[in-house]
Design a protein around this ligand. Structure first.
Ligand code: SF4
Ligand code: SF4
Length: 184
């Protein structure tokens, strides 16, 4: 590893962390986690549930100009042939795109979204894509126990969606988000 190499080369040195510093850091982290959970509850609460939530997402999605920013910048998207570009699934040349455009993203990665925020941050229409995806991920994690970013096993949607693309990832190892992402 880079760090071990730098220590070995004498470029840097390391020592045990200061106990008091660790304690303070632990307290700060706890406060931040509590604040994050509170903000999450508030944001999910505003989304509503069931049909109400779906209607809100569809209304926001109707602003989409199909720039592909959310897809191209998502670290989880894995298909070489993006299904959102297949004319039998999403009609070409229509803005806003059919809601199927968003549904394809949900169906492929709702269980593996790491909530990095890129799809919201980079959306020119300010659609809170990451909130929508993350709200689904939280529910799927409760159902299936897959923890994105921690769990190196395949998420449940990988057994139902884009089998060919997943098999390609396994066969080639390229872009393998679950096996390679943390490798050197
Ligand atoms: S928040 Fe989730 S869906 Fe959005 S870019 Fe990050 S990993 Fe992809
Ligand atoms: S980044 Fe926003 S506008 Fe662009 S395709 Fe995604 S949702 Fe649509």
């Amino acid at each position: 590893m880079l760090f071990d190499g730098a220590v070995k080369a004498g470029a840097i040195s390391s020592s045990a962390p200061d106990a008091k510093g660790l304690e303070i850091r632990g307290k700060i982290e706890n406060v931040m986690i509590k604040m994050g959970k509170k903000a999450q509850e508030h944001q999910f609460g505003e989304l509503g549930t069931g049909t109400e939530r779906l209607n809100k997402i569809m209304a926001e999605a109707s602003k989409c100009i199909k720039c592909y920013g959310c897809i191209e910048n998502c670290p989880i998207c894995y298909c070489v042939e993006c299904s959102t570009k297949k004319p039998h699934l999403v009609r070409p040349g229509i803005i806003p795109p059919d809601f199927m455009f968003q549904m394809i993203r949900f169906a492929h990665i709702a269980d593996s979204c790491i909530n990095c925020g890129q799809c919201s941050e980079l959306c020119p229409m300010d659609i809170p894509n990451s909130l929508y995806m993350h709200s689904q991920q939280v529910e799927l994690e409760k159902m299936f126990g897959h923890k994105p970013g921690y769990d190196m096993t395949m998420p449940v949607l990988s057994y139902a969606e884009e089998m060919d693309e997943r098999e390609r990832l396994h066969a080639t190892g390229s872009d393998m988000i679950y096996d390679n992402v943390f490798k050197e």
